[in-house]
Write a protein that binds this ligand. Sequence first.
Ligand code: OKP
Ligand code: ZN
Length: 345
Amino acid sequence: MITIASVDHRLHAPKSELAFGEFVPPYENPRRVDSILSRIAETKLGPVLPPERFGPELIRRVHSAPLLTFLETAWNQWSAHFGKDAPPALPLSWPVGGMRHIEPEGIAGKFAFFALDASTAITPTSWAAVRSAVDVALTAQKRVADGERTAFALCRPPGHHATADNYGGYCFINNAAVAAEAFRQGGARRVAILDVDYHHGNGTQAIFYRRPDVMFVSLHGAPETTYPYFAGYADEAGEGPGEGFNANYPLRHGTKWDAYGAALGHAIQRIENYGPDALVISLGLDTFEKDPISYLKLRSEDYIRIGEAIARLRRPTLFVMEGGYAIEELGLNTVNLLQGFEAKA
Ligand code: OKP
Ligand code: ZN
């Protein structure tokens, strides 16, 4: 399997993350990619190639102009106000129910307006890393659109929490959504996105919620107890023309392979019935038993089974990296899944 990866992901590496009331070393950090690349080399999974550069057209089909302008200019505006040595930029308030939804002029207000949480710092070089992650996704997507059975987009930072108008949850641009849109623009009539990250892909779901041409199917920790809390219930089925093209499988804390595998079987059957021309996998490995911020209990060998189940769909398949924070085993688990896929492809 070919992997697309960029060295520029290192440009996004905030010094700290606000988590559970204190600043801690970020869970989402460059060592995640090192772990995966070293396992790819060790197992000779296949070549690792750099991305091509893509223009902004496909990104603009997925995200609003105000969000893109904000992300590109946020650090400059922040440092103009708080100084060049200002700490990484974070929001501290939010427009909740009953308040006005108007973009403020001041930069602190803009952070409040565009962020969906306070876990996602922006540094002077974050935007360059974010852009390179999209290039990684689109370069891998192009290979699959051009006839390869599969490709692995080793994106960092991840993307599935980013909506058309908001960033957060370690995500800025929704790499998987942009890749799905690229498949559509390239002539695929139907695209399915299967999101196996531990966290619900609220961004991807929202982007395609009213569309029948991109189905979103997700397995994740139940929203009653799990971030991002306000999406991911089983009754979210899509809306308007998109009704029937969204499927959520919320799972309880402590879920192991037996219940996970059963839910995955249902999810795969939904996709099979849909009959997509291309498949995008939002690949998160934070369902692992030792993940530091998650509460599912999958083991390393279970990822082989997930890969095999995905391969049985027999569709052109693009893997897009999302989360996974048990860094020591992240490479093993990721490559297990990809090898499981290849064994049945
Ligand atoms: C991104 B992806 C721990 C609490 C959770 C945000 C989690 C974002 C996960 N600090 N904060 O879906 O893996
Ligand atoms: Zn996650």
